[in-house]
Ligand binder design. Sequence first.
Ligand SMILES: *Cc1c(COP(=O)(O)O)cnc(C)c1O
Length: 410
Amino acid sequence: MDYQHYFGKRISDLKAEGRYRIFADLERQAGRFPFALNHRDGETHEVVVWCSNDYLGMGQHPDVIAGAEEALRRCGAGAGGTRNISGTNHYHVLLEQELASWNAKESALLFTSGYVANQTALSTLGATIPGCVIFSDELNHNSMIEGIRHSRAPKHIFRHNDPESLDEALSAYPRETPKLVVFESVYSMDGDIAPLSALCDVAEAHNAMTFLDEVHAVGMYGREGSGVAERDGVRDRISIVQGTLAKAIGVVGGYIAASDACVDYVRSFGPGFIFSSSLPPAVAAAALASIRFLRAHPEMRERHQERAATLKRRLGEVGIPVLPSVSHIVPVMVGNAALCKKASDLLLTRHGIYVQPINYPTVPVGSERLRITPTPLHDDSMMDHLVDALVSVWDELDLHKDHGKVKAAE
Ligand SMILES: *Cc1c(COP(=O)(O)O)cnc(C)c1O
């Protein structure tokens, strides 16, 4: 086989389909969020970032930077190994205690990413609980799908956010069969939120465990910001909650929080935990500082929701098609991969606005979009600029004519 030729051919296929991904080369500037420098064609341009998953700008918060700096000076750069072999740092212990208390669980366990947390926890539980059957929402994130697949446990996909569909799937098994129901709270592409209480009702009726990915809710929902389960008062009905330290917490890493027994089980049997070196102490310290700040500052969450609601309203007023999201995520529908990329390019090069195009396979073909994530640090004048720029791009690419089609496709 001519390997290089094969790689090249598959890449040119992607390009022909308009799905080839090009990364924007950004230089974030501590203290200036949401501004960043964009390195492009040998020059640097200042841009406003409107698509960051650093949803609250915490990656540049002074407390977070100070926490990282202090730990970096005290402990150095790396952790020195896996948690079992010399890699457990005091900051890991403190962060796990904070995560457990924040989530109102007995214990928590850190992973190197949210992806690894999902993949390891689900594959370990599904593979090692005898006879376990997994029930998974059809729009679950790839990290959960990979964990479930790797577990080789029998699985059923239920309709998105549909407790009746879940009930039907669970009803095919006797009560004694071990069952794990897997879903998210905030779905990050459409910005919809799962009916957690109704899903828990169904899971409990069948004596199933629940596994909830709160990645896009952590830091942003609930009085202390631990997620939608806190907001909805159902934390004691979620067996295992999973989250990331990389999005609204602003750093990197992932976790699960659950009962002592369950966390100890994943710690003892999960290969993705056992065999991978732990997070650097400075990362754990930064995440700890971020969580402590967010728990104490609900006004961040209020301002965040206000910014998102204001942007949705303003885009609606000028005829830009926004999916009716109930969260902080503002999906602007384009419905065509090439046009979506063009709109994003125009925003960047002509208006100094960075919004990444979201194309297949992240979203279904025909629902390509610009996924906008306003933060508490996007002020009114930045929003004026964004709305004007979108209107200008919509005019230039003649996107208004597809408005009806996109709406109908929803
Ligand atoms: C981003 C994401 C993850 C993975 O988290 P990382 O910390 O980025 O690895 C897991 N679940 C969902 C729903 C995500 O969007």
